[in-house]
Write a protein that binds this ligand. Structure first.
Ligand SMILES: Cc1ncc(COP(=O)(O)O)c(C=O)c1O
Length: 711
């Protein structure tokens, strides 16, 4: 059985249901999932052949097509994408199944009906009020071209593996956290629990049914009633649920008010009764009590991850067997370097961030160096950066003969303060390198405004390079960091403690073609083999106009900063796991925030509401002086308990190299120094177990209490 959309709610839950009944293969697009005993493969169903390749490789007997965009408002706002995934994607699957005579089960929705009257039968007219329903209906029409197919119109609730919640999970977790919720009293549905749905699919397959069926609960409830029953079954506070009118709620897309479905046809053809919505809720609650939610959410733990250490580091890479086998495969291939994996990794980074161009390097440092070279930094120039960073953010300017200048940080975000940066801009300033410390984006809009003003004042270009070594996966004002909406270039690092790793490695992202072409040449000795870039065209072409295949030009002095195919294959494999890595980091951050929020003399990280941080680091500010313990002692005590911590960072200008060569000194950036006196990064990495998180919390708190009680 091949299940599409195995990272989604339904795909994932049915994969669990069928795992010991079929040989299951799960397809996902960008969110890698881990289910023991199930092989998962990544494919983009929007691309014509990608699904056909999977079919050819695994030869399934049945395809359960669950992959779909399902957020009704998102679909309304992204019609083109919805069309691509829900319609074109489905027709690719139909094509592949048809030619291989595979049974196709297509998951459709109650949203194909207009929602006016309820008790909808399969023969009723289909007239969705929103684009989501429309797109699913068009998918149905593609599937109907296949005889050996069954279309199931449904509405489901169950357990999400991702950081999203189905309606029942949302009600459950909000009430568990004693938060008030609102439930529509005038919206009716006959939703069914995913595991009940899966059981019915099994019967449908056994009976080899074909055609269109409503596949839902046999009774219905309003969403408000649904929430109340769930609360009652799990002894949660029903008083927190407020009945409201959907007409008072500002949805983007129109929604049907009564989407209840008549399931008589399916009951008749199967010869069994379908569960009522109350029975389905009972099954959901039973599974919750038995811990199924945790099993699904923690399924990644069933996978072997490396490295396996006897202590808790402050950060570390997460490598699985897919990473290892990918790298081993390259070792058997023709190209260890300068092969196709580099362009694939670069394209993957562009797709993820939204940048037009990417040039991968053998480190974040070489990427920064070439970004500076691409903006023509040289002697007599100044480049402004944050003091709260790794030395590479400043060294890159110095490599080019320029002076690195430090502008103080904002003590709430620990990032460069745009106003301090403004004060340091002089006619010699060639560029600025804001660093998104720990994953939280700098205030890029203010930085861009200031730079535009200064460019006008001085009459020359001032470049903005984002040092996003910590920020792959973060967003700023709805844009992914790396999209270069607010900058000329963005640099990232793939060192092992970062979000994804290539061993050593980095990238420069840009939307400017000229910068992209320069960066490629700086990466490789200043050489180009691209004919259209040749300076001496007469040497590059034969008299009859053929490109001379041996010819290349060194046009300026570059470096060998090339990354290998071995590294890029690892990078691509890691990139597929990024959404999972990020959601796991977020879970740990939420737990830390909760544990440390009311502790005197400890300050948890501030999160700017313009940013969505990926949390590369979790930095606590601890007033060691007031607590009465030296930071070194604090770190040592934690180390004795097996917990490694780190200090990020010594203000760069306090390093002897900068003091001795650029005359920087203590007192230059008071906020950075105050921050430095208190900061401590505690362990944070995706593979950290719940027990390790709790141990870290307990030991940090016990250090503080031990010291306080001695006082
Ligand atoms: C903010 C920042 N910039 C640049 C770099 C340099 O990256 P790499 O170690 O890949 O050379 C790092 C690495 O830790 C970093 O943290």
């Amino acid at each position: 059985m091949l299940i599409t959309g195995v990272s989604g709610l339904l795909g994932n839950n049915v994969a669990y249901y069928f795992q010991d009944k079929y040989d299951v293969i799960g397809q996902y697009f960008s969110h890698k999932v881990f289910i023991q005993g199930i092989k998962t493969v990544s494919a983009d169903i929007r691309t014509e052949n990608s699904f056909g390749e999977i079919i050819a490789t695994y030869e399934p007997d049945v395809v359960l097509h669950c992959a779909s965009l399902t957020d009704i408002d998102f679909c309304e706002n992204h019609k083109e994408l919805t069309q691509l995934v829900n319609n074109i994607g489905t027709s690719h699957i139909v094509q592949a199944c048809k030619s291989s005579k595979i049974k196709l089960v297509y998951i459709s929705t109650d949203s194909v009906y207009d929602g006016s009257k309820g008790n909808f039968q399969e023969t009723d007219e289909v007239n969705s009020p929103n684009y989501y329903g429309l797109s699913k209906y068009e998918g149905e029409q593609a599937v109907q071209k296949m005889k050996n197919s069954v279309i199931l119109r449904t509405n489901i609730f169950g357990w999400n593996i991702q950081d999203k919640h189905s309606i029942a999970e949302w009600i459950l977790y909000e009430l568990l956290n004693h938060r008030r919720i609102k439930g529509f009293k005038n919206v009716y549905f006959s939703s069914i629990y995913t595991f009940d749905f899966a059981r019915i699919v099994e019967l449908i397959l056994n009976k080899d049914l074909t055609g269109i069926y409503n596949c839902a609960s046999s009774t219905s409830l309003s969403k408000y009633e649904f929430a109340c029953i769930l609360a009652k079954r799990l002894d949660l506070n029903q008083g927190l649920i407020e009945p409201i009118d959907i007409n008072d709620f500002p949805f983007t897309a129109r929604r049907g008010r009564n989407l209840t479905m008549n399931v008589d046809k399916l009951c008749r053809d199967l010869g069994v009764a379908l569960p009522t919505i109350e029975q389905s809720l009972d099954n959901f609650c039973r599974d919750y009590r038995q811990g199924l939610a945790d099993v699904i959410k923690n399924s990644w733990r069933t996978i072997e991850w490396y490295p396996q250490l006897s202590y808790i580091p402050y950060g570390r890479q997460s490598i699985d067997e897919d990473d290892i086998s990918g790298v081993v495969e390259v070792l058997r291939s023709s190209h260890l370097t300068q092969g196709g994996s580099i362009a694939d990794f670069e394209q993957g980074l562009c797709d993820y961030t939204g940048a037009r161009f990417a040039v991968a390097f053998n480190s974040g440092t070489s990427a920064l160096h070439c970004a500076c070279l691409a903006m023509n930094v040289g002697s007599g120039h100044e480049v402004i950066t944050s003091p709260n960073t790794f030395v590479a953010s400043a060294n890159c300017a110095v490599y080019c003969g320029a002076k690195a200048v430090f502008a103080d940080i904002d003590l709430s975000t620990y990032n460069i303060d745009p106003l301090e940066m403004e004060k340091k801009i002089v006619p010699q300033t060639k560029g600025v390198i804001p660093v998104h410390f720990a994953g939280q984006s700098c205030d890029m809009e203010s930085i861009q405004d200031i730079i535009e003003e200064k460019q006008e004042q001085y009459g020359h270009k001032i470049y903005i390079i984002e040092d996003a070594s910590h920020a792959l996966g973060s967003c700023y004002k709805g844009h992914r960091v790396g999209s270069c909406v607010y900058s000329d270039m963005t640099v990232m690092s793939f060192h092992p403690v970062k979000h994804i790793t290539t061993g050593e490695g980095g990238v420069v992202l840009t939307n400017e073609e000229e910068l992209f072409r320069k960066l490629r040449r700086f990466r490789s000795h200043g050489i180009t083999s691209t004919a259209e870039e040749f300076i001496y065209k007469e040497q590059g072409y034969s008299p009859s106009g053929l490109i001379n295949p041996w010819y290349y030009e060194q046009q300026f002095l570059g470096h060998n900063y090339r990354i290998t195919d071995i590294q890029c294959t690892l990078g691509l494999s890691q990139l597929k796991k990024l959404p999972f890595f990020m959601s796991r980091r977020r879970e740990i951050v939420n737990r830390y925030n909760e544990a440390f929020k009311d502790i005197e003399l400890i300050c948890t990280p501030f999160e700017d509401n313009k940013c969505d941080s990926n949390f590369h680091l979790y930095v606590l500010l601890i007033d060691f002086e007031k607590i009465g313990i030296e930071r070194a002692r604090f770190m040592l005590e934690l180390k004795r308990k097996g917990i490694q911590t780190q200090v990020h960072y010594v203000p760069v200008y306090l390093h002897p190299f900068y003091r001795q060569n650029f005359g920087t000194n203590l007192g230059d950036c008071p906020s950075a120094e105050e921050y430095y006196s208190k900061c401590l990064s505690i362990p944070l990495f995706p593979m950290m177990t719940g027990a390790e998180v709790e141990k870290t919390i307990d030991e940090v708190l016990s250090q503080i209490k031990v010291v306080s009680s001695i006082e």
